[in-house]
Design a protein around this ligand. Structure first.
Ligand code: UDP
Length: 470
């Protein structure tokens, strides 16, 4: 914002290739931007600056109401780069036909990379809103990308920042971002992963358009070449058996579990699960148990622990199960999650925000307590708490690496109470569940997307067959 409270003017850098055929339209573009209220700076070498100065000066004089176009001069030591003195523009070859060899032309083109460092420093100090880099400077995109690290602008790794470009002003902290070190093994792997999303034929997304329209559109327009939202896939399981046997055999008899739920009031039970990968230390488990007890709500709690006969369970407070008898069910091992979530007695879901669980919670119309642990779970949490507004965070601030934040029993109690009592959240969650079911029905958005995918694949096959024939 400017001091007047007006948004400050956009500042655009334009970096033309040093040839008249590129510099002329670049200046025209700068003039066009000026008419739209933006400030433009053209980056170029001393000799080219001489060429541009005159027309820029007269444009600025003739248009006193518009933002000035300026030039920023870059260093280009021709002889050091193995080029003839004064070879700062392809015009040099026009004027010196004897030197107009393919070799020297290519050398000139490739020597553009010399600007890399200067550009990096300049972007770092001036921070324009946009860099328009000429097509012959492909490395410039990488230079600009490198600067796009908003977490470097904050004072500490726990200070929130708004994720740039992403719709909705989503707030996150560095401690919640998967991998920042681009040079680390994991950083390189994550980059590869992102590159493959961009370069593959397309990406299949286990989501549905209505859940996250802005992000679904953003992904399709700015990330993947093509994407099809075809979920929630879990809704494809319609039979009891299919639902009961997802993944592993449950550690509890499904009928017993449902019978227990049948004895409970509508929307009175909170279901807790932390997915397939995680186990908390005993201290945290004891605290969760205490928080659950304090909340006063009935619960089903899946704990990733198996017990041998007679073994003392150090992770439960003394006498916990006796005290909560009838009120709580602990499943040690694997739960028939989808069956439980769909039961009318379940009224809330405390989840680690694994995408599958989150979507299963959405499809079941449940408000959620979010307890992200790692991977992309913090991003999923933001969807629930900041975008959908169908849940509250238990208050985890950073990823578990290897130990996460310790969450007190009071925090567990508070979040559980809030979600179980959150009528507005519940209303929204139910609307989303209806949308999820509509999406996978014939003619729904996900159904249309699967059909579209099939059609596109058939088209590719036809094209291949035609290519073979010709
Ligand atoms: N799941 C289950 N029973 C369990 C734990 C998990 O059926 O006791 C299922 C759950 O329904 C989900 C998947 O396992 O479909 C876990 O995937 P998610 O993305 O939620 O978490 P992850 O374990 O991959 O972090």
């Amino acid at each position: 914002m400017g001091t007047s409270g007006e948004p400050s003017k956009l500042h655009i850098f334009l970096f033309p290739y040093m040839a008249h055929g590129h510099m002329i339209p670049t200046l025209d573009m700068a003039k066009l931007f000026a008419t739209k209220g933006a400030k433009s700076t053209i980056l170029t070498t001393p000799l080219n600056a001489n060429i541009l100065e005159k027309p820029i000066k007269s444009f600025n004089q003739d248009n006193p109401g518009l933002e000035d176009i300026t030039i920023h001069i870059l260093d280009f030591p021709c002889t050091e780069l193995g080029l003839p003195q004064g070879c700062e523009n392809t015009d040099f070859f026009f004027s010196n036909p004897d030197l107009n060899t393919g070799d020297l032309n290519r050398k000139f083109l490739f020597s553009m990379e010399y600007f890399k460092e200067q550009l990096e420093q300049l972007l770092e100090t001036v921070r324009p809103d946009c860099l328009v880099a000429n097509m012959f400077l492909p490395w410039a995109t990488k230079v600009a990308e490198k600067l796009h690290k908003p977490y470097e602008k904050v004072a500490s790794s726990s200070e929130p920042f708004v994720i740039p470009e992403l719709p909705g002003d989503i707030v996150i902290t560095e401690e919640q971002v998967i991998e920042k070190e681009e040079e680390s093994l994991m950083g390189k792997f994550m980059k590869e992963l992102r590159d493959s999303e961009r370069s593959s034929f397309g990406v299949l997304v286990n989501s549905f358009h209505e859940l996250e329209p802005a992000y679904s559109d953003f992904y399709k327009s700015s990330v993947a070449k093509r994407a099809w939202s075809i979920g929630p896939l879990s809704l494809g399981n319609r039979e009891f058996k299919e639902k009961a046997e997802r993944g592993k055999k449950a550690s509890i008899d499904e009928h017993e579990c449902l019978k227990w739920l049948d004895s409970k009031k509508r929307e009175s039970v909170i279901y807790l699960s932390f997915g397939t990968m995680l186990s908390f230390n005993n201290e945290q488990l004891i605290e969760i148990a205490a928080g659950l007890e304090m909340s006063g709500h009935d619960f089903i709690w899946v704990v990733n622990k198996s017990v041998s006969q007679g073994e003392k369970e150090e992770w439960l407070p003394e006498g916990f199960e006796e005290k909560t008898k009838g009120r709580g069910l602990i499943i040690r091992g694997w739960a028939p999650q989808v069956l439980i979530l769909e039961h009318q007695a379940v009224g809330g879901f405390l989840t680690h925000c694994g995408w599958n669980s989150l979507l299963e919670g959405v499809a079941s119309g449940l408000p959620m307590v979010t307890w992200p642990i790692g991977a992309e779970q913090f991003y999923n949490e933001k969807l629930v708490t900041q975008v959908l507004k169908t849940g509250v965070s238990v208050g985890v601030k950073k990823m578990m690496k290897p130990v996460g934040d310790f969450i007190s029993k009071e925090k567990v109690e508070k979040a559980v109470r809030e979600v179980m009592a959150g009528e507005e959240m519940r209303k929204r969650a139910k609307q989303l569940a209806d949308m999820a079911k509509d999406a996978v029905r014939e003619g729904g958005s996900s159904d249309i997307e699967v059909n579209r995918l099939m059609e596109e694949l058939k088209l590719v096959r036809l094209q291949r067959e035609e290519e073979k024939r010709s």
